[in-house]
Write a protein that binds this ligand. Sequence first.
Ligand SMILES: CC(C)(COP(=O)(O)OP(=O)(O)OC[C@H]1O[C@@H](n2cnc3c(N)ncnc32)[C@H](O)[C@@H]1OP(=O)(O)O)[C@@H](O)C(=O)NCCC(=O)NCCS
Length: 410
Amino acid sequence: MAERLTGCGAGEGQKTKTDRGRSKGASDVVVRGARAEDYPAVRELILSVWEDPDDELGIWDYTTANDPDLRPEHTRLVVTARRPVATATLLPRRVRTPRGWVPGAELTLVGCHPEHRGRGYGRAVVRDAFRFMASRGMAVAVFHGEPDFYLRLGCAPVFASVRTELEVVALGGELMGAGRPALAEAGEDDAPVLASLYADRVAVYPGSVARAPEAWVWRVRNRQFHSLFVLEDRRGYSFVSFGREGDGLLVREAAAVDERAARGLLGGLAREARRRGRSSVVLAVPFDNLLARLAFLLGAEKRLRPARTGFAAVTRWEPLLPAGYEVREGSPPEFGADGEVELRFEGRPLLRCRRSALTQLVMGYRSIDDLSLLGKCRPCPLPERERSMLRGDFPVGFPHYSEAPYLFWL
Ligand SMILES: CC(C)(COP(=O)(O)OP(=O)(O)OC[C@H]1O[C@@H](n2cnc3c(N)ncnc32)[C@H](O)[C@@H]1OP(=O)(O)O)[C@@H](O)C(=O)NCCC(=O)NCCS
């Protein structure tokens, strides 16, 4: 359905209507960046959008109070009758891609007031956020979200779900024994060490987000359900949750400087799981993480599921392309829809595919052979010469996006 909600960068504050809105006799609709004086109304909106808003309200209060990079214009709004009815917030961050770090954002707090849903406002506010990003030179957004909603908007699932589950009941001996460096709850002074471990061991995958070595970035928002542990010799850390994953202790993030530290950290986590009456340690970290490798060697089970709720959205292609490549698409690009795009090399068309499929290729989630096997690109089959070049220029990796401790309530 054609939508005419516009706004953002170029057309800030433009008044417009959706076709759906018109048919319902809605008043004029404005899509724009927030101003500081909108904050109380945005907070009210967040309270109305989510039934149990502790999590979302906490993210709003915490980031607006602490994040020095978050400015009012990074919150995008759909406003009717002078009240915001849909909202989306961008936390500006450097994002890692297969081509290196690029300016980007974490997308969060996307919501529409229940009484205004189904009129295109949710799509409009996300589309506006992407246009805003493009206008500010931000190339890629990463986030978790409702698959059916974001797939329609041209966003691509790129973060696979990984689990390495180690039963602790059967563990004994060296790993569980005493004499290993103990785990302690990380304090404010640990932020620089944690940031350095994170940069070296965690933020090494496409989709990772850079984190500052400042205390607010590393604060745990709800200690009832989460802990940030650091080895007492500070050679490893782990962020864990207690409220999820059945009986297991859920390890959301783990970094160890070497194999000895990995043994110490996994042993400490297993002891912690046992102390809390949990039967397993569940590592939600890539399989090549030292702790996941060690857990597997000790008898853990691995589970890998294709990406479903972990998304990337590309808002500028150039920083994600090797030299000689370019992407042709409508002008201006059609954000908020999964339209067709063309990948070219030195001016020559190579392939056509949906925006989401190209996003999977440039983020290193799907290889050209995967896309071809799925029938997601044309021509089909792709000539071997082009395919072999694309194989070399767009190698498949393992995108992984790990959210900072302050983003979790439950
Ligand atoms: C998700 C949400 C923002 C959508 O807002 P909305 O204004 O109703 O969405 P739109 O009218 O712009 O819908 C755009 C498209 O997404 C679809 N859609 C909307 N909400 C959806 C949902 N929850 N799940 C799947 N698809 C959805 C619509 O059917 C529409 O598709 P169509 O164009 O093919 O008809 C809104 O339902 C909401 O605030 N939900 C609660 C908060 C939430 O879950 N937010 C985070 C999303 S991860």
